[in-house]
Design a protein around this ligand. Structure first.
Ligand SMILES: Cc1ncc(C[n+]2csc(CCOP(=O)(O)OP(=O)(O)O)c2C)c(N)n1
Length: 391
């Protein structure tokens, strides 16, 4: 755009005048032409894949806290593996495994208080366990029993949505409620790299930034949105710059580093509670397993892409860190694994006895009033159950 200039007037000439060139005088433009500096986006890693710790960043949590986190990670994996076995044996519905994403999951909720809120995605059961969902409830949820779906009454979590990205705006809405009520709490909302392509997520980032909503956006970049790799989803090499584009303080974090995840979310949550507005965290991790149990990744991604992530396992690296600190040894690691497996089995057995299928209910929870067509279908279905002798 050209700069504003003062108007130049053509000088009057007389025959005796020589021709004088009049230079227009420049005034300052109203348009600031200083190049735009988007600033630096920090990248945080404290514990690398060789379990080397950056001493200057180590939050130095106390021993009990460090071991509690370890148990949370191991329990999450034990639950994930049991769910997969149960699904393969026909005892569980379709679900989304989170193998390799355990640190990302737990790190985003460990710093939260009970008064803070959490809005999970469908892959967040590690975070849900930490927040206080029982394993039985989660088994029921994924096996299709509706009593498994509502968050436990004493847990400030929202239900998740399968419609990608659709839960992010409502989460910002809850955070705005905290603003209106002057509550010193925050909301953490989790979504994937694929969800970043949904318009609603951009709206949520923008609205939260403008209104200083006390929300921490955790974009769990696991590299894949089912079969779509990030390179086909975004022209940028990172997603943290998305947040920066909306004017949010943004950071890229090693999502397989439980210390970095916990610290980044803790700092963002403190800022949000103090009234300093939202933060965007891109947590870099990798979906090691299936998108869901209905997926077969071998048809769209090469094993060579997965293999390097084995060495970046968030649990192994944390165990090495704890071993170097003298808090764990191999015997203790084995014992904790066995204990966690045992806890999952006990919960599974309770689920087996507690969960009672009520096939008559399937028409009950969607419409307040059934249309005549649905009423007819319901009747036909009930007659069929009757004929088959189903309770
Ligand atoms: C609006 C919408 N579009 C498409 C889908 C189908 N779908 C289910 S999961 C998924 C991929 C989401 O990827 P990402 O957000 O990266 O999360 P991830 O599953 O990797 O954790 C898609 C496209 C959907 N559920 N909702």
């Amino acid at each position: 755009m050209p700069h504003e200039t003062t108007e130049s007037t053509t000088p009057e000439r007389t025959a005796s005048d020589s021709i004088i060139e009049v230079q227009p005088t420049r005034t300052r433009s109203a348009m600031d032409t200083t190049p735009i500096d988007l600033g630096r986006i920090e990248v945080l890693q404290i514990l690398d894949e060789h379990a080397q710790v950056d001493e200057s960043l180590d939050p130095r949590y106390d021993d009990e806290y460090l071991l509690r986190i370890h148990r949370g990670l191991v329990l999450t994996r034990a639950f994930d593996q049991r769910m997969l076995t149960m699904q393969r044996q026909g005892e569980m519905g379709t679900f989304a495994p989170n193998l390799g994403q355990e640190a990302c999951q737990l790190g985003q909720v460990i710093p939260l208080t009970k008064d803070d809120w959490y809005s999970p995605s469908y892959r967040s059961f590690g975070a849900q366990l930490w927040r206080g969902w029982s394993m039985e409830r989660l088994f029921k949820l994924w096996a299709g029993y509706h009593e498994g779906f509502p968050p436990p009454p004493d847990v400030n979590d929202l239900p998740f949505s399968i419609v990608i990205g659709s839960h992010v705006l409502p989460a910002v809405g809850v955070a705005m409620g905290m603003n209106y009520r002057s509550e010193p709490n925050c909301m953490v909302v989790n979504f994937g790299d694929g969800a970043c392509s949904q318009g609603a997520v951009s709206e949520a980032l923008n609205y939260a930034a403008v209104n200083k909503a006390p929300v921490v956006f955790v974009c769990e970049n696991n590299g894949w949105a089912i079969s779509t790799p990030l390179t086909k989803q975004s022209a940028t090499t990172n997603l943290a710059s998305r947040g920066a584009g909306f004017g949010l303080p943004s950071i890229r974090v090693d999502g397989n580093d439980i210390l970095a995840m916990t610290l980044a979310v803790d700092q963002a949550a403190r800022r949000a509670r103090a009234g300093d507005g939202p933060t965007f965290i891109e947590a870099v991790t990798f979906r090691m397993s299936l998108h869901t149990t209905a997926d077969d990744p071998t048809v769209y991604r090469a094993q060579e892409l997965v293999d390097p992530w084995e060495a970046r396992c968030p649990i192994t690296r944390y165990e090495t860190y704890l071993q170097r600190k003298g808090l764990l040894d191999t015997g203790a690691i084995d014992r904790i694994r066995e204990e966690c497996d045992g806890e999952v089995i006990v919960a599974r057995d309770r689920f087996r006895t507690d969960a009672v299928a009520r096939p008559r209910e399937i028409f009950d929870h969607i419409y307040g009033e059934l249309s005549p067509e649905l009423e007819a279908q319901k009747q036909a279905y009930l007659d069929r159950l009757e004929r088959k002798g189903v309770e």
